[in-house]
Design a protein around this ligand. Structure first.
Ligand code: BG6
Length: 487
């Protein structure tokens, strides 16, 4: 073990310190924690990068980029300067053992070392091995692994096995930033902190569940990564399946990390595996073409910088999943995500079953009760109810029973990355994925990837700014359902 400095505060070491994730998300999140006194005084942030920069060059780079990703009202010049004073920069070729000496020279904290691997996952194992060989990993070290962890089950298992040689499972924080979103955490409270929902939270009272994560952005500058991944790996394997787990899991024994993760694992293991017939019937792949997004004309995916000619990578997925357990028998879960869609919009919709018999008959305004949990862009929860239309007669009319999360508390609502980074420092693993959970998600997703190949399933084109290919609506229409925004 190399010598350590005696600060009682953690050191946060970010591999990929000059990368997109760092300047867009991690440093803004750490700045917010700093601004709100959630970072102890001695905490150092050590960015590790390939570029042979001086500390000042790195600070200039961050100073020019990160403020644009911080809410303007939170940018305080003095606080930002004091935050920058915490930053160090070291040049390391992460595949080269000797190169880690530069990090060792900084004499990392003997109290807590937090290694955040915001690099390509192919580098994770080599970084962990070199950190260990350089004597930089101790019993109090923690490692944060960014998604995507692997590209299929075998590569995820290989990374997990290798990382486990140097870090115990309780030192490993597999991040899925959706688990840090306030509304996602709130969903657990909504379900398990209110007696009224639990009796109804099952078949046959729930008819279907929809989970949509729609983005207006395109692939941007990330084609190098994205084209090899696609929406199923980038979004469904992690974010959407995690949302599904929180909607569907049984009440955990406690909020302890393993109790919550045990329940999510059971959901993942109960997901019905798809065979080729199911893949053909119940999945839709799409790829955006040219169109209009956020009011601007935009190129199609194939015209984006860095996308190989003729790429068949999907930028949109819709699928129907089933959870084979007593609570969810025959309740379809519809998942959908895409880039360059009509709106930035993430929503979970719980559609309750219709009444077995209605004394009001049927009418054009009649709608089933729906609980709508909006994660983005604003956070809200509302329940669609039927009330009497004012006037004579007994006509029904839909209204929303609304939970206004913004005005329900004047406490600051931290961004997901800030909340999760604080969790890592405090050793709270509940909102991070355990190894078996992550691998179970790959076990379900991988046959779909292979099935698409076997079926030679080409993505259907959809215009940027739309809700995806028409076949996605057909997937719902088969069951007499519609995506919520189409209803
Ligand atoms: C990331 C994906 O995990 O999540 C991106 O790699 C995606 O492709 C992003 O854009 C979406 O996150 P958010 O918080 O903006 O919904």
């Amino acid at each position: 073990m190399t010598s350590a400095h005696d600060s009682a505060a953690p050191d946060i070491v970010i591999f990929g310190g000059a990368g997109d994730l760092s300047f867009r998300k991690l440093l803004p999140a750490l700045y917010m924690a700093h601004l709100h006194s959630r970072l102890e005084d001695g905490v150092r942030i050590i960015a590790v990068g390939r570029q042979p920069w001086s500390r000042q060059q790195y600070l200039d780079f961050i100073d020019a980029r990160s403020p644009g990703f911080i809410e303007p009202q939170a940018m305080e010049t003095g606080a930002w300067r004091r935050f920058l004073a915490r930053l160090q920069y070291v040049t390391v070729d992460v595949t080269e053992g000797r190169s880690y000496q530069a990090l060792a020279d900084l004499k990392l904290s003997g109290h807590q070392r937090l290694f955040y691997l915001a690099t390509a996952p192919a580098l994770f194992t080599s970084i962990c091995a070199h950190l260990h060989a350089a004597g930089l990993v101790d019993a109090n070290s923690r490692v944060v692994l960014e998604k995507p962890l692997g590209t299929d089950l075998a590569s995820a298992q290989a990374i997990n096995t290798e990382v486990a040689r140097y870090f115990r499972e309780d030192q490993i924080y597999r991040i899925d930033h959706y688990l840090g979103k306030e509304t996602v955490q709130n969903l657990m409270v909504l379900r398990f902190g209110n007696a009224i929902f639990e009796p109804l939270w099952r078949a046959p009272f729930i008819k279907s569940v929809q989970i949509t994560v729609a983005e207006t952005v395109g692939v941007g500058s990330r084609a190098g990564f994205y084209d090899g991944a696609g929406a199923l790996r980038d979004m469904v394997q992690n974010h959407l399946l995690q949302l599904l787990c929180i909607v569907a899991m049984e009440p955990p024994v406690s909020l302890d990390a393993d109790d919550v993760r045990d329940e999510k694992l059971k959901v993942l293991r109960s997901l019905r595996k798809m065979d080729l017939a199911a893949i053909r019937r119940d999945t839709v792949r799409g790829q955006y073409g040219a169109g209009v997004a956020d009011g601007q004309s935009v190129r199609g995916y194939l015209q984006e910088d860095g996308v190989p000619a003729g790429s068949q990578t999907e930028t949109f997925v819709a699928l129907r999943a089933h959870i084979d357990n007593a609570r969810w028998a025959n309740v379809p879960f519809f998942l959908r995500t895409g880039k360059r869609m009509a709106k930035r919009h993430s929503e979970i919709i719980i559609e309750f079953a219709e009444q077995p018999f209605s004394i009001f008959g049927t009418g054009p305004n009649h709608q089933p009760n729906r609980l709508i949990i909006t994660l983005q862009p604003e956070e809200s929860i509302h329940l669609g109810m039927m009330v009497k239309e004012p006037g004579s007669g007994m006509n029904l009319h839909p209204v929303k029973l609304e939970l206004d999360l913004q005005s329900s508390s004047d406490k600051r609502r931290a961004e997901a990355y800030e909340r999760l980074l604080i969790d890592v420092m405090k050793g709270r693993l509940t909102h991070f994925m355990r190894r078996d959970e992550l691998e179970a998600a790959w076990r379900w997703v991988e046959p779909i990837l292979r099935g698409w190949q076997a079926l030679d399933d080409k993505p259907r084109s959809y215009p940027a700014g739309s809700w995806g290919p028409a076949t996605a609506s057909a997937l719902m229409a088969r069951e007499d359902l519609t995506w919520f925004e189409e209803s």
